[in-house]
Design a protein around this ligand. Sequence first.
Ligand SMILES: *Cc1c(COP(=O)(O)O)cnc(C)c1O
Length: 385
Amino acid sequence: MNVPLLDLKAQYNSIKDEINAAVAEVFESQHFILGPEVEYCERAIAAYSECSHAVGVSSGSDALLICLMAENIGPGDEVITTPYTFFATAGAIARLGATPVFVDIDPISYNIDAAKIATKINHRTRAIIPVHLYGQMCDMDAVASLARNHGLIVIEDAAQAIGAERNGRRAGSIGSYGCFSFFPSKNLGAAGDAGMVVTNDSERADKLRVLRAHGSKPKYHHKIIGGNFRLDALQAAIVSVKLSHLDDWTAARQHNAKRYDQLFSEAGLPVSVPAVIAERHIFNQYVVRVQQRDELQEWLKKEGVGTEVYYPVPMHLQECFAYLGYHAGAFPETERAAKETLALPIYPELKQSQSNFVVECISKFFENGNITRSDVVIQNSKSTV
Ligand SMILES: *Cc1c(COP(=O)(O)O)cnc(C)c1O
């Protein structure tokens, strides 16, 4: 049996006619830059994420960048974030000449440990970028209250968390800004690069619209310097079609996660399953923790099971950030997670026989003598909540 990490062809086959019709409509209109498709998509995403405004942009990375630009964050400024994320989060800060300041993660949720943020706040701190990793929101109550007390901007990196909820609030709707990515492997994926920023502040939304078009307002007059950060009409049309299926896909991902949880618990393997802390985890990834991670990944590859390591090199140990002066050991939980976590196939179209097969293969791995200490099983014991 072959079980890929993600099967985008299966998804496309299930909605082919709708996608093709939407794409054909854009071709008929020959309206490719901004326009009605983008505006429709923006209204739909704003409503879905319970925000008053949404601004379509070229990618999730540019979404983060443009929010920092809108706040004039640059050299001399510090922005607090997690070292356990996709590069774009820290990259956006550094590209503007500001300094990323990292805070270790909580080992249960893999999200930034809000209790450790306060000691990193000083007179240079301008913003916090919490990341809702794997589709589960951070402790935003704690982050928002720190930000309020210190007058900081919060930019939620919700690239992996569209539709996620915690304490009754949707991802992206709590901070000054929320950033989404429609990269094809995200839960709501375009047919290429695309992204969106949501906000409840109309002045901020206006500024983002100006910034995404080279800072031009009125046309050919530039009071500020922006860039070309626009969302394509074709991508917007595709995202709008897919949005109407997103809740079904999320339910399927959650169902698949529950099945894995149950199969792992029945098999009694030294594998710790994801802890569900927030009330709506959208499972962009189903990430398990296991001590012989690299050996298990190799084993699964031979069996035909696709997996991925998100992320093998923490941000503070990236070569390009050596100038920040961090060393191995600075963030023990992040470094341990980078060595022990493995994402398993969780996509909505995954069949029962396929998830059974994945767990059977993992059982065989351990039966073959690859038994490790089982203390990691207990460590993520919140998983049954
Ligand atoms: C995917 C992702 C991004 C970047 O989004 P792109 O659309 O690929 O530019 C940023 N942050 C996180 C956490 C991501 O997962």
